[in-house]
Design a protein around this ligand. Sequence first.
Ligand code: NAD
Length: 558
Amino acid sequence: MFTVTLRILRRAPRLKFHIQAMATQSIQNEPLFDYTKDSPERVKLEEALKNLDGQCEEIPVVIGGEKIFTGNFRYQVLPYDHQTKIAKYHLADKDLLNKAIENALSVREAWDNRPLEEKAQIFLKAANLLSTKYRPQIVAATMKGQAKNVWQAEIDAAAELIDFYRFNAKFALEVVNYKPIDTQESINTMVYRGLEGFVAAVSPFNFTAIGGNLAGAPAMMGNVVLWKPSDTAMLAGWTVFKVLQEAGVPDGVIQFVPADGPVFGDTITASPDLAAINFTGSVKTFQHLWKQVGNNIQNYNTFPRLVGECGGKNYHLVHPSADIESVVNGTIRSAFEYSGQKCSAASRMYVPDTMWPQVKERLLEEHKKIKMGPADDFTVFMSAVIDDKSFGRIKAYLEHAKSSPNLNVVAGGNCDDSKGYFVDPTVIETTNPDDKIMQEEIFGPVLAVYAYPEKDSKDIIQLVNKTSPFALTGAVFAQDQTFIEEASKALRQSAGNFYINDKCTGSVVGQQPFGGARLSGTNDKAGGPHYCLKWASPVAIKDTKVPLTQWKYPHMKE
Ligand code: NAD
């Protein structure tokens, strides 16, 4: 590969310059727009939002660059106005998915053989397109389709996705830089191949950036990918796919295949060419896919890699020494932003009983100021939850809270799906720290609080650790350094992303690589330097320059 790379570099001095610049330059996180009234970015975004009004984009399956309108379609609707359709998307069936696999495999070798630097350039170009020409469109599609307010859409669909593509390129070029040791007899190299087969990328609704990264990172490392976008994030997924095409991802390298979830899962796990699944979504779906792979394990050409990022039951643990304002403001944001539909959202909080009255009072004061409404209203803090299924699930937890003697709803508690799937930001006190409301992922704007006896502030750490089967994010609020150290040690396995005096949401690519363990996933840390190696299959090559003159060893001499 080195010689191939060098040849390409000699042919392309501009590319060489870029690559050197990339290796030495420190890539920065994408700056965020704040979209204040009348700012140029606000004007462009308002225009992009207006362009979506009354539109229902028809989205095809794309295989080998060919758009296929299968006639078997579903609609994506606005979560905050469910009678309004925003996209009509066609679904691939089993035969079409198998055709997508076949077509992807036909371009695999040529793509894999292209130098990593060239592939990285394509994704850097995609990042630049998203940062400039397509920023208003991708932010608008995410605001409307997934009901994110402007800030949530900006940090996801613009900033995080741009960061993923830029940092993946930088990290990949850095990690493949390792040069094995040469000896006098041999020259040693490492070549990083894509996986032999195809990668299935299955994305969730709640982050446009995750969809783009689940498909993009393996592709950049030389793989061919079947990307099944989420039904409820279809318009944003389609916009990302078109940007990737414009950036130069060749036809067939990423197949855009909207499909019914189980049809997709059954088809890809039945293919002997399945090389990996890159999944983000619920535990239930990931476990199901894992089982299917297990059942088919004798049929595969290679052991499929399974990467899955799943749910969380993320905690805020408050110590008596904590700064109350940080607790209150951090909790409002992390429990209720994007209606609690971030995998990292805070959904259980532990506060000393001596402090709870004060924290509660301040929480309720701030809670009153939360404005909920259509996501394209720039003044709202939160909008509707994603769909009827989600609404029904959250509603059942609210009903449980209202009927259980252990639980007391202190704020919110109501929901209304007459126009959109709106759920009030809700705070629930519990006297039972093991109630299901403290253990299960709700994935909605519901925060459960246990006011623990202050004298038990040490024991409470173990309770936090053991209460839920998840281990995604968690935060400790304290000024007492000894407590912080004790909690950090005892909670070591309780979170893949751990925060001290900060809310448990808001990880940034390159700053806090993201992922959790236990039932929260395989913790492969998207946004970090090692993620790209998951999508490579390295070969170590020993090239011996000295002939071997005998087979006997010195110790064998009589
Ligand atoms: P989901 O499991 O319902 O769906 C995820 C994807 O899987 C969708 O594209 C869906 O169509 C597909 N799917 C469903 N059944 C399938 C099957 N049998 N085979 C193959 N694919 C199938 O999850 P969701 O509601 O879209 O997302 C919410 C979940 O994702 C929450 O649990 C959240 O915590 C989690 N999440 C985790 C992270 C993380 O990084 N840990 C990030 C975002 C979301």
